[in-house]
Design a protein around this ligand. Structure first.
Ligand code: DX5
Ligand code: ZN
Length: 226
């Protein structure tokens, strides 16, 4: 099975929001491939982060890909706003509404890459019939809502099964939650090519450490040649 290019995606959720611009610039210089942007509504998940205005303000600071993870329900009314705020890919949760395929069509209509995220308790069969509509599958390895949680071990087997389901389709396989340099190798082996990491990169918010922490995850992930 082919392996798609490794992408390291620091999660902005772990940034020091009092100096958000500085954090974005530091991550850009430190070798981040993507910026993972977590949007939470206090309804679909038990936490609130920020909205399209804040996202648009940091969009001006980097040309790198914005990988937007919408943890909101309903989601359809906000897709256009995040597209306009500068998203490159927009990921919606399979659990967020009754009409997943419609949400994916709305993302495509905005000219953006479409992703679906599935929570730890959601079976892979939830995405089986929409594979032709997605560019990215995000397997959650924590219950979404907060950074700094521990990787749920069972996610590893789910990721292996997800990779088998995707086969050679040109779909990125992304993991989010509890990713570290210690589990990145096994995750890459299981089929992951997009690694979201909040705490493992931004924990402590010392910008001088970002490059080495991004590199550590990349090195671990890259030791796998599949
Ligand atoms: C949580 C978010 C994650 C979070 C990951 O709901 O989707 O992106 O920032 O943080 P860590 O890497 O600390 O688990
Ligand atoms: Zn996320």
């Amino acid at each position: 099975m082919t392996h798609r290019p490794i992408r390291i995606a620091p999660s902005i959720l772990s940034a020091d929001f009092s100096r958000l611009g500085e954090e974005v610039r530091a991550l850009d210089a430190a070798g981040a491939d993507y910026f993972h942007v977590d949007i939470m509504d206090g309804h679909f998940v038990p936490n609130i982060s920020f909205g399209p205005m804040v996202m648009a303000s940091i969009r001006t600071l980097t040309t790198k890909t914005f990988d937007v993870h919408l943890m909101i329900a309903p989601v359809d009314p906000y897709i256009a706003a995040f597209a306009k705020a500068g998203a490159d890919s927009i990921t919606v949760h399979a659990e967020a509404g009754p009409h997943l395929q419609r949400s994916l069509q709305a993302i495509k209509a905005e000219g953006k890459r479409a992703g679906v995220a599935i929570n730890p308790g959601t079976p892979l069969s939830a995405v089986e019939h929409i594979l032709d509509d997605i560019d990215l599958l995000l397997v959650m390895s924590i219950n979404p809502g907060f950074g700094g949680q521990t990787f749920i071990p069972h996610a590893m087997e789910k990721i292996r099964q997800a990779k088998a389901l995707l086969g050679n389709r040109p779909i990125d396989l992304e993991v989010d939650g509890g990713v570290t340099a210690d589990n990145a190798r096994e995750l890459a082996q299981a089929g992951i090519n997009v690694f979201v990491a909040g705490t493992a990169i931004l924990g402590g918010n010392d910008t001088t450490t970002y490059a080495s922490r991004i590199a550590a995850i990349r090195t671990a992930a890259s030791t796998v040649t599949a």
